[in-house]
Design a protein around this ligand. Sequence first.
Ligand code: NAD
Length: 319
Amino acid sequence: MRFLITGGAGFIGTALANTLVREGHYVRVLDDLSTGDPGQLLPEVSFTRGDVRDVPKLWTLLQGVQGVFHLAARVSVPESILYPREYNDVNVGGTVSVMAAMRDVGVRRVVLASSGTVYGNQPHQPVNEDARPNPLAPYAVSKIAAEHYVFTLGALYNIETVALRIFNAYGPGQLIPPSHPPVVPQFLKQAIGGGSVVVFGDGKQTRDFAYIDDVVRALISAMTSPDVNRQIINVGSGKETSINELVRLIGRVVGRTPQVIYNEAQGGGVSRLVADLRKAASLLGFVPEVELEEGLHLLLTQDPQFHAESTKPRTPTRR
Ligand code: NAD
């Protein structure tokens, strides 16, 4: 099949694009490289640099395409608190542009990469898809708005739509930006460097860490499964892990217990979050395969930025 991946030069998009071409599909990627790096895409992936809000460019890239994985977005919760307009413009406006262009060209299905952050603080964990969203930051609001646009416009334009609420994805290929880095590669880098691991809050807050290969399998299932139209589906590990436990596991994987510095909690975070995966299992046949400690080991051994011989971790290229 022929697919377009928006944001396909990013962490999840690159893993998805490379998996799809290895499976024999034809893959186009559109990415503005605001944080992405096309250097990790396999040569078979057809890469175009551009903005996801550029509808004429989307018309061209959607020719002959059966499905769109819509991943292009600004992705940092703390950054979204500083720049809410940019998050609204890209994450909401970009989604509307993708849906309008899909209608114009006549593309069958879109899989939206939504986020577990839409849930915010919830009284019941693991959280299921029927819980009322309780967004705590503009990033989460933008993802709920994107879900609504995808489902509403999909119904109006006769496009099949699926939204995956992805929890904390981690794995090889995840970049470490200088500000607001994702917690897993940042802790690993700090632990390998022999320095302290900096935890925001008391470390008792919990998250659901999903290994990249599991996330990619769920995305592909969402594109190919029947009976998923207009569905919201959680994708995570289904395991609740505190940040303190994450630090302990990273210490085991690197063979050294890191010293921990506790800083004041940042805004926009929740105290507990873990995915109920029953819907993913029944609709997508999705069962996560990689346990956190194994995933951390794979990250350490397979990502060149953590190899002992590599001089410095890769940071995103700003072009
Ligand atoms: P990422 O930042 O690595 O990837 C996003 C990509 O989108 C980047 O390559 C960036 O250059 C591109 N992009 C940003 N603005 C763009 C624009 N205007 N036009 C075109 N491209 C643009 O992040 P990721 O972790 O790979 O996330 C991919 C998707 O999955 C995002 O939609 C994100 O919200 C969602 N998601 C990720 C996680 C996670 O834990 N990584 C969790 C939940 C949801």
